[in-house]
Structures are given as C-alpha cells and as structure tokens.
Design a protein around this ligand. Structure first.
Ligand code: PHE
Length: 405
C-alpha cells in the first residue's frame, strides 16, 4: 500500500518519531523503486524517457507545492500541532523537508549517472570508441546526442601504387622469387660504389642525388644519401646470401627531380636479381617477357634495346608493344600519343650482372652468372590504369584513390 501522510493526534516525541520513521522509510523505498526500473536496450530512448517520467511522478508526489507530501506534513502535522509542541514539530518538519528535497535531488543524480553509464556502454560498444576513465566517458557522453547516426568508416582501398607493386611481386613470387628489402637512407658504398659506378658518374652529383647534410668528415663511401634506386638491395642480398639467389626488392627511391606530370622526387621501384650457375641472357629475356605478359596481357610483345648501366653488362632497356595502339603506332587513324607513334613503350632497365659487382660481394664470376632488372612502379601503374599525371598518386585525393577499391 502506498504511503499516505497520517493525521497526527498524538504529538508526543515518541509518536512524532515513529511518524517520521514511517515517512522516511517510505521515501527511501520509493526512491529505490525509481532507481530499480530497467530499460530494455531496443527502446533505449523511449525507455529512458519513461524512467525520467517515473522520477517526475516521484518528485511531484513528494515536493509538489500543491499537495506534495512536504505540503501535507505542513498541513497535517505542523499546523495541527498544539501550541506547546509547535517548536518541536516545526523543527522536525523542517528537517524532514530538507531530507525529502535532498532525496529527490540525489535520486535525480543517481538516475542521471545510470543513464550516462548506459550511454557510455552503448558508445563503448561501437568500434573505435573507448574511454580510459569513467570521467572521460562522462565528459564524452554528456552533450552527446546518441540518436545521431554513428560515424561511418568506409572500407579503405589499396593505394594504386602498392596494389601495382604487390601485383609485380606476385608475378615473381610465382616464379619462386622471395622478397628482400633494404634501407631508404643508404651509404654511397651500396648505392654507387659496390654497383660499379665510377667516381665521377653524374648520378653521384648533388644535381641528381639527395645527400644527407653535414657528413664531410666521413670517408666518401660512408656518406649517407637517399637511395636513388633499389639496386643497393642487390648488394645487401648477395652479402648475406650465397647463390642460388632469386629475389625481388620493392621500395621507395628518391631523386632530386622537380615534380611534373611524369616526374616525382619520390617514387617506387621493384628490383629483381637472379644469380645461379649458367644463367644466361635468354633466361633474362624469358623471365621479363613472361612478367610483362602477366602484367599487361598475353598479347603484349617485348623487345630488348641496348642500354647502359654500370652494374650490368650487357645492359638493355625493355620495351613493350604499345598497349594503347596494339603496337601499331596508329590509333583511330591518328598517330598514337602514348608511344609517340613508335608502337613501343620503354618500361624497365635490365642486364647481366657485371662481373665487377661480384667482386664486391665475394661471388666467383667464373662460377656464377645472373641477371638484374629494375622497374618503376608508378610508370607501370600509369600504363595499367590509364593515369595521366603521376602526381595523382601522391596527392591523397580520395576521389582518385577510391577508384582502385
Ligand atoms: N637501377 C636502375 C635504375 O634505377 C635500373 C636497373 C636495375 C637496371 C637493375 C639494370 C638492372 O634506373
């Protein structure tokens, strides 16, 4: 039975005490009742509204000016008290009023905490949100409108350069190659000297290569630079592995070039190295012909054009038949712009490892032979995906990048 304020006839201290005790126990019980209600998660919002409505009913029942219990005890206890007990009763009633208001306020606060905790739980169960302390969660959940839609995290797409790099690596993995990596900050020794670059080669000039400053005290071969190609990984690999070697080395390289539609001071290469007994130029041709067909389609033809690199002898540039005009040099009756009407597109450098290089890694050039190649990843991505500006790869524009998802 719900508590009602009784009319007092006996105003003795004991009778008053007992009436006060009854009232306080009813107050306690009703407050606990308000706090014990539960909200079923599916109706989170409606449920919390209901609980606040319950608290309001509780509040009004106890402290509404018009006929709340505090008003009633004023009427039924204080006003009805005989003169000689007024002081006593007045003190009790005032104390009670304070207690009732305090309880209503405390119930409100506890309910508020319950709600914040529930909201915190909801927020924490959303991926990507967690809080180290309760206070932190409180701060975050206060003023959070949990009815707002959550933060969408669209699934990312592999960057076209990485995607292309992985494709290239995949082709060689299938041929039994493993993957090696090396540092981007290299020494002159690995980037140039051990690769048989003569001391005055133009690539060693600051015009072309980015050197780390303040190293004049070091012997030239120890000076640090940003590697200009992935070929130093050839040396590092041969230093730690004996033949047979079959590796691809993907990575970032740096050159002192001004950026434009076809140049970027930072780009990526995939290096390849195969050293074994009896490796010939035929193996090189067959391997790269297969790789180009795997990357660009089986219709593609390859041609090996004489070239020069200090670390390969003989050296060649590999050209593929133009994928835009099918090697015809003409497209829709007009000269093909992609191959400058030649029908061929130059794609990578390669050659047989120069015997001088074996001298740096303690391989015996009389016993082993091998080939190496290096290709620009952006260049291949540009051709594969028909991209007309290399800068797009580095601009971070989502509208460009999401096309590769
Ligand atoms: N390192 C050369 C470059 O960056 C490419 C290359 C690699 C050539 C391996 C031959 C052998 O241009």
């Amino acid at each position: 039975m719900a508590y009602t304020v009784s009319k007092l006839t006996d105003f003795s201290a004991t009778a008053l005490d007992s009436a006060v005790r009854d009232l306080l126990s009813a107050l306690d019980q009703e407050a606990e009742g308000v706090l014990a209600s539960k909200v079923a998660e599916p109706e989170h919002d409606a449920g919390w509204k209901k609980r606040w409505d319950e608290w309001k009913v509780f509040r009004d029942r106890w402290i509404a000016r018009k006929n709340g219990i505090t008003t009633q005890i004023n009427e039924l206890w204080l006003k009805a008290a005989p003169k000689e007990t007024k002081r006593e009763v007045g003190q009790q009633v005032n104390r009670l009023k304070g207690e009732i208001e305090g309880k209503v306020k405390a119930t409100e606060e506890r309910l508020q905490h319950q709600q914040w905790n529930a909201e915190k739980a909801v927020i924490e169960s959303t991926p990507g949100r967690s809080f180290a302390t309760y206070d932190e969660a409180l701060k975050a959940t206060q003023g959070v409108d949990i009815t707002l839609p959550g933060i969408r995290r669209p699934i990312g797409a592999e960057h076209p350069v990485i995607k292309t790099m992985n494709e290239i690596i995949g082709v060689f993995r299938n041929l039994g190659y493993s993957v090696e990596e090396g540092p981007e900050v290299e020494t002159d020794y690995y980037n140039f000297e051990a690769l048989n670059f003569p001391p005055n080669h133009p690539a060693r000039d600051t015009q072309d290569t980015l050197f780390i400053a303040g190293q004049d005290a070091k012997p030239p071969r120890d000076r640090l630079l940003l590697r200009t190609h992935t070929s130093p990984v050839q040396i590092r690999t041969m230093q730690k592995m004996r033949p047979p070697v079959r590796v691809v080395c993907p990575g970032k390289v740096h050159r002192n070039d001004a950026p434009d539609a076809t140049h970027s001071p930072i780009f990526h290469q995939v290096e390849g190295l195969a050293v074994d007994t009896n490796i010939t130029f035929c193996d090189l041709k067959g391997t790269l012909d297969h790789a180009m067909k795997a990357l660009f389609g089986s219709n593609v033809k390859t041609r090996f054009y004489p070239s020069f690199f200090p670390f390969t002898e003989p050296s060649a540039d590999v050209q593929i038949s133009c994928i835009f005009c099918d090697g015809k040099g003409v497209r829709d009756g007009t000269p093909c712009r992609n191959c400058k009407a030649s029908g061929w597109i130059e794609l990578l450098g390669c050659g047989m490892v120069d015997p001088n290089v074996y001298g740096f890694v303690d391989y015996d050039p009389a016993k082993v032979s091998g080939f190496a190649f290096g290709m620009g990843v952006e260049r291949i991505a540009i051709l594969k995906y028909g991209v007309d500006d290399i800068q797009l790869f580095f601009s971070g524009d989502v509208r460009f990048l999401e096309q590769f998802g």
